[in-house]
Design a protein around this ligand. Structure first.
Ligand SMILES: O=C(O)c1ccc(O)c(O)c1
Ligand SMILES: [Mg+2]
Length: 595
């Protein structure tokens, strides 16, 4: 199907918006009136720019407060409409959106509304223009799609149809099944937006919190299914008013937007991109650092051993059990300190996984490798983390491990069994995009988002996982864009005895994050522990939580660069210790070196 996006969904000048929509691969745009008014380009120049960019202008919008108003007011509206239709002729746009009136003088009179819309359609027809009437969820007298349709039906004019907007329909809890009784050719336009399920004023909800389909809580695909049954063959057009997208860079937002429509069409069975290849484990996590020494000291104390070195690059493999951590000191390594740069995901079909990623607009990374290295497919996540699709122990497939040569090493200390989860902080304007990316590109399941209090802001966190929990990635975003505590990343290592692992770490010279005594007093009030248990936790800085599935004990190392480690003992527990995160964040702030 054709894809379109309203310019209001993207940041920047009109030219920047059009360029971003075109680069992402959209077929058309809805031009939002304010974007045109603020543009130095003439309508003819905008038309030419769109043509050069391969974009059709699918809708001009909106016209407001047209119908069911007093006669003199309506006559002024017709005069205004004539101006706009002339403008649209210059633009080469043939459909205009009219949203239901919120005018204080508008009357509750469907016959009058139909009469006015018929006159407007008569005028529009002279210009070869079609009028699409949309019910705003907060319209004064017309606020539901079926009501708007009844008026359009009564007006009975070939240049008048309706515009359906998933936000207005689903935010009011209307049943979208009734859409099927509208003839497809009378649905002149379809606008799509999702939104998180919030209990708030619907106008504020619409103007600030809309998001792309699949990023909120509405069944947008279900609604589109009803629309398609009518025979509607116009574009799927995104109209998303969102405070974050207004500030984010237009280019990535447009890609995120188009990805949402690709996934939607897949859900509807309209297209069949390569199927998701769900990762089955974490092959490795790769840290880049300007100085290997501090991070190597922490890894050594955690019981990992430096077992191998890349044969052509300055990359060491540290290992214990199934936990594999690469430490990369190459020139490409970040100058801003130690960071988590790449994740190796164990994939049943690495090539298929890369094809899926590419079909969903993930940037496929060039294979920066020596001729003898294993050809690894990799894509970039929205935060820039490189995701490698790996086949670690399958002889028939290229194995990244074969690029490493074993080095002599002491055995390391058993205790750590594998990587429990990875926590990646997202740039503040990429959070919804990151969730949709991990779900759609990698086929991971997104859990509910949780809010965590940080002393200097609120952190949102959302985990994406595979079915058996062997891949768990916790995505988070902080309120303060420059706060490096909130922006730290971490690697959580699984152990079946966190007390022993924490002791060994400390005895080997490692520094655990100290946790305040008040936390343990509270734990004592909430749970009954065996004699001495709480004292041990207090001594080591071990945190405790419990859910319906089991108990959770965990502790943290101090931070190196932007990275810290967590030791995790998960006895059936399914969460991530969100209950304890505020205490952990406060402790990390307190422990930061004074600047
Ligand atoms: O919020 C508004 O005013 C507005 C304008 C045009 C639309 O299509 C819409 O859904 C909302
Ligand atoms: Mg709309």
């Amino acid at each position: 199907m054709r894809t379109s996006i309203a310019t209001v969904s993207l940041s920047g000048s009109l030219t920047e918006k059009l360029t971003a929509a075109s680069r992402a691969g959209f077929d058309g745009v809805e031009i939002f009136e304010n974007d045109l008014l603020a543009s130095p380009l003439t309508p003819e120049e905008i038309r030419a720019r769109c043509a050069d960019l391969g974009l059709s202008i699918d809708l001009y919008q909106p016209m407001r407060d047209i119908e069911a108003v007093p006669a003199d007011e309506f006559n002024r509206n017709l005069r205004r409409a004539r101006h706009k239709f002339e403008l649209m002729r210059r633009l080469g746009a043939d459909t205009v959106l009219v949203c239901s009136s919120v005018h204080p003088l508008a009357v509750d009179d469907d016959a009058l509304a139909a009469y006015h819309l018929r006159q407007l359609a008569d005028l529009a027809q002279e210009f070869g223009i079609r009028v699409a009437y949309e019910a705003l969820a907060w319209g004064r007298h017309v606020s539901t799609y079926d009501h708007a349709w009844r008026i359009v039906e009564a007006a009975d004019h070939p240049a008048l149809g309706t515009c359906l907007d998933s936000f207005h329909i689903l935010s009011r809890g209307s049943d979208p099944k009734g859409i099927e009784s509208i003839p497809g050719e009378k649905i002149f336009f379809l606008q799509l937006a999702d939104a998180p399920l919030l209990a708030m004023d619907v106008l504020q909800w619409s103007r600030h919190y809309r998001c792309f389909p699949g990023q909120g809580g509405f069944d947008v695909a279900g609604l589109v299914r009803h629309v398609l049954r009518t025979g509607y063959d116009g574009p799927l057009s995104l109209e998303v008013f969102n405070d974050v997208f207004r500030q984010a860079e237009a280019g990535p937002t447009a890609v995120d937007a188009l990805r949402s429509l690709l996934v939607l069409q897949e859900t509807l069975g309209v297209t069949t991109p390569p199927a998701p290849v769900v990762p089955t484990g974490v092959a490795f996590a790769e840290l880049v650092t300007p100085d290997a020494e501090p991070v190597s000291a922490v890894l050594g104390a955690l019981g990992l051993a430096r077992t191998a070195r890349h044969r052509s690059k300055p990359v060491d493999l540290w290992q214990q059990g199934e936990a594999r951590i690469l430490v990369n000191t190459s020139g490409a390594a970040r100058r801003d300190g130690t960071g988590l740069a790449a994740i190796g995901l164990e994939s049943p079909d690495p090539t298929g996984a890369a094809r899926r990623a590419e079909a969903l607009l993930a940037p496929v990374l060039p294979r920066r490798r020596a001729p003898e290295d294993a050809p690894l497919d990799a894509v970039a996540a929205p935060d820039g983390t490189e995701l490698f699709f790996c086949a670690t122990r399958r002889d028939e497939l290229p194995n990244w491990r074969a690029d490493f040569t074993d080095v002599e090493h002491a055995a390391g200390t058993p205790g750590v069994q594998g990587i429990d989860h990875l926590a990646l902080s997202q740039p503040w304007h990429h959070f919804d995009e990151a969730t949709l990316f991990h779900r759609s590109v990698l086929g991971l399941h997104a859990q509910e988002s949780v809010d965590v209090a940080d002393p200097y802001g609120l952190m949102r966190s959302r985990a994406v996982t595979n079915a058996d929990g062997s891949v768990r990635i916790a995505l988070s975003v902080g309120a303060a864009p420059t706060d490096d505590t909130v922006h730290a990343q971490h690697i959580a290592l699984a152990t079946d005895d966190v007390v022993a692992a924490a002791r060994r770490f400390r005895d080997a010279g490692g520094r655990l994050l100290p946790i305040p005594a008040n936390y343990y007093d509270d734990l004592a009030a909430r749970y009954a522990f065996a004699d001495g248990e709480l004292e041990t936790y207090r001594e080591l800085g071990i945190l405790y939580d419990r859910d319906a599935h089991g108990e959770f004990r965990h502790c943290y190392t101090v931070t190196v660069g932007r990275v810290f480690f967590e030791l995790v003992q998960r006895d059936g527990y399914r969460g991530y210790g969100a209950q304890n995160a505020p205490v952990r964040l406060a402790a990390q702030h307190a422990g930061r070196p004074v600047q």
